[in-house]
Design a protein around this ligand. Sequence first.
Ligand code: TRP
Length: 382
Amino acid sequence: MEQKKKTFMTGDRPTGKLHIGHYVGAIRRRVELQNSGEFDSCYVMIADTQALTDYYDDPDRIRESVLEVALDYLSCGVDPAKSTIFVQSRIPELFELTCYYLDLVTLSRLERNPTVKSEMKLKGMEESIPVGFLCYPVSQAADITAFGADVVPAGEDQAPMVEQCQEIVHKFNSLYGETLTMPHLLLPENDSCKRLPGLDGKAKMSKSLNNCIYLSDDERTVEKKVMTMFTDPTHLTINDKGHTKDNPVFIYLDAFATDDHFRRFYPQYENLSALKRKYEDGGLGDVEVKKFLARVLNDVLDPIRKKRHEYENDIPGVYKILEEGTRKAEEKARETIFKVRRALKINYFEDKKLQERQSKRFRKQHQDEENLKAYLAKQKKG
Ligand code: TRP
């Protein structure tokens, strides 16, 4: 028997350019998965509808960021020949699915979602929360199921969304029969990649905290930003013993540096373990390690920048890719919506047997009425 190949589906909100946290936490993995041969379908979505649940008052930001994110994807190697890159808002089937799923989720369940809770807090929405924002995990379940995804490669913060989706799939399939595919979250392998801290050591890179390195930053900007990075606050002089754990410079190295980088840029050390040992023993300065980190980052970003440049010179071509991807994605979503409508028994127009059965029912009813009338008339006469 032929082995069933898998489908992955994932995406990002277009609220700005993507940074290196997105790259190690998500995009690098997608490119690997896309090229692994294990998947017969790969869907990568620019989640503009979801971005609007949060930035409904700033549509210009979303509009510009759709292109930025598309450029980031393409320049990182998401390949439109292998992955379907598409725009969420242009797939009406997703809205329809969301509507049906909303019946299967309670308000208190939505209010318990830890990622939504912390986003609400961050945005001061606790007092007055837009319904669309509260419900975005349901719309995300529509995104995942519409494409029959069994794998969702994403960061830890997306775990509550995938759980919510699993609950919806379970409930839907138990109520209406096996229809939807059960998805599973695929986390980044390397712990440092799960959540890259900001340059300032804060838990997360975030545009609003101004602590990001962007995929589109030039070489000089990357060097400058790395030099400002927070390190070990107890490592005051070179000879002090240093800490590599919770030290953003070393977390970035964990996420990016390969043995080959050591061979090429820092041959005094065989690999990252050797460098860490030296830092921990004392005798290694932050500036030296930062210089190495900047070289590593620029080595990784350089081919991405070059590719980005090429795509930037052909913006209509980029939109063509999005349009074509969106058309393809909608085809798949339409297949799902037909199955879902059938399961929900609302496929009135497609179900020819329904019309036959209903016609028959009325024919029989009319016949019975006729028979009764005839019978009564006969009795009266008699
Ligand atoms: N919630 C994701 C983010 O904040 C974006 C997203 C929307 C997504 N739909 C998805 C991710 C489906 C994975 C699968 O970036």
